[in-house]
Design a protein around this ligand. Structure first.
Ligand SMILES: Cc1ncc(COP(=O)(O)O)c(C=O)c1O
Length: 392
């Protein structure tokens, strides 16, 4: 049948990471691809205890019923406290929306702000899914140069003037894919430019709790006095991706428009998931849980850096982030990582080609490695295999 699809489907291909997921069902595959938590970091026992209590209580019938689009009230209350805990003092119920994972916050922001052909500025490279989501809205992504410490604000200002973007998307703390963290001056400058040119900033922050060294930095939203910043965060990495649950805090007018769009998309986030997330926060499990998993992840990053030094070709340079889930690297010789990708998969190692994270497909010599998902033996073995493949 000759289907008459919408124009927006033209040129839309699957996000590379979702495509790689097809191969990951192979139990022998060592995956450095997706940003997946380690099995040890998924709090199955705690969630088991919370769910038993939920199902034994009278409230379970409300939880199994349809709920409000804004979110399950106990979680909304816990969410306000959670974001206040990261310095967002202005959070209140009326400007806080529970979302079905951080990804939905990005999607809803796009739905609220973007017309066909509109422009969005992203750091180059940026979170792969944003580029994919923007395509579904027939919007254009323009990459802003990235320095060692994040988005180059001179280039940002130039591109704001040139493209009049609807918003700036940024992951200022332990960014995906690079792991970079913007210093406070850069955060202030981005906010200053947002106010000066009246552009919204979508601050995506799924990783700031994954700090292995150094001091926490204030989010851009925590400094926002004018309502220009949408703050997006998620329980996927700190509790479990399967909850599909996150938080969005923004100006009340933006939140009410995002709520209208969410209603059309999925009515509300699964109340069962929300109740589990609420039980996790309210029960005070998060701090202990993070205390347990941070040293595990810090060791894995160290192990991967050591393996890179030992096995990867000498012209491979990589980041050494003080937090997050990823190491990003590239070959100074210009070696194109995509040419080695299928051979790596055949040898049961998965990574993501770096060019997939660039707005215009640059960075062909780069790749992203996740260090949290694999066990320690797999990290050494997988990087050794990659080293042999890339030496060819
Ligand atoms: C920067 C960034 N934003 C958002 C998300 C989406 O997370 P979620 O699983 O909560 O939808 C991810 C997931 O990897 C991410 O890296």
């Amino acid at each position: 049948m000759d289907f008459n699809f919408a124009d927006r489907m033209g040129g839309l291909t699957g996000n590379a990471i979702r495509e790689i997921f097809k191969y990951l069902s192979d139990p022998e595959m060592i995956s450095f691809a997706g940003g997946m938590p380690n099995k040890q970091a998924l709090p199955a026992d705690i969630l088991d205890g919370i769910s038993r209590e939920l199902f034994a209580g009278k409230g379970i019938y409300g939880i199994l019923q349809y709920g409000s689009t804004e979110g399950y009230l106990p979680l909304r209350e816990s969410a306000v406290e959670f974001v206040k805990g990261v310095g967002i003092d202005g959070a209140e119920l009326k400007n806080t929306l529970i979302i079905s994972g951080g990804q939905q916050g990005i999607d809803l922001a796009c739905k609220v702000f973007l017309n066909k052909g509109d422009c969005v500025l992203v750091e180059d490279p940026t979170y792969i899914a944003v580029l994919h989501i923007l395509k579904t809205y027939e919007a254009k992504a323009y990459g802003v140069k990235s320095d060692d410490d994040g988005m180059n604000t001179d280039d940002l200002e130039e591109k704001i003037k040139k493209y009049s973007p609807k918003f700036i998307y940024t992951v200022p703390t332990f960014g995906n894919p690079t792991g970079k963290t913007y210093p406070i001056e850069k955060r202030k400058k981005i906010l200053e430019l947002a106010v000066k040119y009246n552009v919204v900033v979508l601050e995506d922050d799924p990783y700031s709790r994954f700090r292995y060294e150094g001091q926490a930095l204030p989010s851009i939203k925590s400094m926002d006095m004018t309502g220009h910043v949408i703050y997006n965060t998620s329980f996927s990495k700190i509790i479990a991706p399967a909850l599909r649950c996150g938080i969005c805090v923004a100006d009340g007018e933006i939140i009410s428009k995002m709520t209208l769009c969410k209603q059309a998309t999925d009515v509300h986030t699964s109340t069962l998931s929300q109740a589990l997330a609420d039980g996790f926060l309210r029960g005070g499990y998060l701090e202990e849980h993070m205390k347990r998993i941070l040293p595990i992840y810090a060791d894995k990053k160290k192990l991967m850096k050591q393996a890179i030094k030992k096995y990867m070709p000498k012209d491979f340079e990589s980041t050494d982030p003080s937090g997050g889930l990823f190491i990003f690297g590239g070959f100074k010789s210009g070696k194109e990582t995509s040419k080695y990708f299928m051979e790596a998969l055949k040898n049961k190692v998965a990574y993501v080609n770096g060019s997939d994270f660039f707005a215009a497909g640059d960075g062909k010599n780069t790749l992203r490695l996740n260090f949290t998902n694999s066990d320690d033996v797999q990290i050494d073995k997988g990087i050794k295999i990659l080293g042999e493949i890339f030496a060819k």
